[in-house]
Every structure is written in structure tokens, then in C-alpha cells.
Design a protein around this ligand. Structure first.
Ligand SMILES: N[C@@H](CCC(=O)N[C@@H](CS)C(=O)NCC(=O)O)C(=O)O
Length: 209
């Protein structure tokens, strides 16, 4: 069975939980408390020297880090990733956009709220909010004429962007300014076998990390 090293509140981890659930793929879930430094222990660093979750482990011991690389790997050959090169490249385009222009703003500000670090980051907060709203603006424009990001079909591009967009309000972003995004959020949440970020999925196992 696949094994996911996971932190509940992480949108990056949620991407993988969501896709595994929608694929109907059973998996073990190892809770990793990033706030207690569990990604930086000697044993975890052997699994991922880059000290981050999510990390997906195959029964033969192979491991894969980086949420969007994991999505790309496990979606291959399924309806969640188109087969033709142009559509696949568009999926990648949006997933790179998510990692470079979206997550570093929206996820980081949410994390500051979640860990009560807003005050100590007060000088960099306006730039982060500006960047986050910029990303939301790009998404709004694209979604104004479409239901989903690529080929108007639900794909891992939508999963990658949904993960932190649907909780952007937890970082103080006002999503009611973006009607097309709100419509898209509803469409994503209505997909078959959708699970929420807080839903307990996978078979939880505890490992000494
Ligand atoms: N680009 C990575 C980012 C992963 C990431 O930032 N993970 C955070 C949780 S959301 C983490 O593990 N932080 C723990 C640490 O830095 O020690 C991905 O998409 O998977």
C-alpha cells in the first residue's frame, strides 16, 4: 500500500489526500508534526533530505517529494491528467504557477495566521497579500470563461490550485471579490469522491520519526 507522510493542515498534503481519495487508492497515513520539528529528525531526513511533507512512499521503498510531482505521477493514465502533450503542458503550466506565484503568498500568509506569526512578519505581510491577490486575479480572469483550468475538464491542475485557494480566507484573503473563483471552488467540491481538508482519510499509522 502507498504510504503518505502527512500534516493535516497542509494544503500541499491535502492535494495528495484528495487525489488518492478520488482515485479510490487505499493508503497509509503517517502523521508528521511539522510544528514539532518531525520533518527535521535524522530518520525523516533519510526519507526526504529537503525536510518537507508531503512525501509518498511506495511498497518497494521508493519515495517521491513535492506535492505537484506526486500528483503528476499518480494521476498518469487516469482521467485526472490528459494524455496529449499540449494539455499535459498546460496542466504543468498551472501547477508551476501554483508553486511560484500562488503558494508562496497565499499558503505562507495562512501559515502565519495559523501559527500566530503575523505580528513578527508585519513588514512583509503587504507584499505577500499583494502577491496573493495578484495570483487570484490571474485565476479569476482565466476562470471567467471556463469551468476548470485545462480543457474545461477537472484535472490535477484544479486540485493543485484548489488546495490553498479554498482556505485563502484563513489568511485574510477576501474571496468574495472573485465570483468566477467561487463558482470554480463549488464545481471542484462537487466532484465525485471529493474529501475536505479536515476529512480523516487513509489508514493512520504511527512511526517513530
Ligand atoms: N514545494 C513543496 C512544499 C512543501 C512544504 O512547504 N511543506 C511544508 C508543509 S506545507 C513542510 O513540510 N514544512 C516543514 C519544514 O519545512 O520543516 C511541495 O509542494 O510539496
Amino acid at each position: 500500500m502507498l504510504r503518505l507522510y502527512d500534516f493535516w493542515e497542509s494544503g500541499n498534503c491535502y492535494k495528495v489526500r484528495l487525489l488518492l481519495s478520488q482515485l479510490g487508492e487505499p493508503f497509509e497515513r503517517v502523521p508528521v508534526d511539522i510544528l514539532q520539528g518531525q520533518t527535521r529528525t535524522e530518520s525523516y531526513l533519510k526519507r526526504n533530505p529537503n525536510h518537507r511533507v508531503p512525501l509518498l512512499e511506495w511498497p518497494d521503498g521508493r519515495t517521491l517529494a513535492e506535492s505537484n510531482a506526486i500528483l503528476f505521477c499518480i494521476a498518469d493514465g487516469t482521467p485526472f491528467l490528459p494524455a496529449d502533450p499540449w494539455s499535459r503542458a498546460q496542466v504543468l503550466q498551472w501547477m508551476f504557477f501554483e508553486q511560484y506565484s500562488h503558494e508562496p503568498y497565499i499558503a505562507v500568509v495562512r501559515f502565519w495566521h495559523f501559527t500566530e506569526q503575523v505580528e513578527q512578519n508585519i513588514n512583509t505581510l503587504p507584499g505577500k497579500m499583494y502577491g496573493g491577490y495578484g495570483a487570484l486575479g490571474v485565476m479569476e480572469q482565466h476562470l471567467a470563461t471556463r469551468t476548470f483550468f485545462v480543457r474545461d475538464t477537472y484535472s490535477i491542475a484544479d486540485i493543485a490550485l484548489y488546495a490553498y485557494t479554498h482556505v485563502a480566507d484563513e489568511g485574510g484573503f477576501e474571496l468574495d471579490r472573485f465570483p468566477a473563483i467561487q463558482c470554480w471552488l463549488s464545481s471542484v467540491s462537487e466532484q465525485a469522491n471529493h474529501v475536505a481538508i479536515t476529512d480523516p482519510v487513509g489508514v493512520e499509522i504511527s512511526l517513530a520519526l
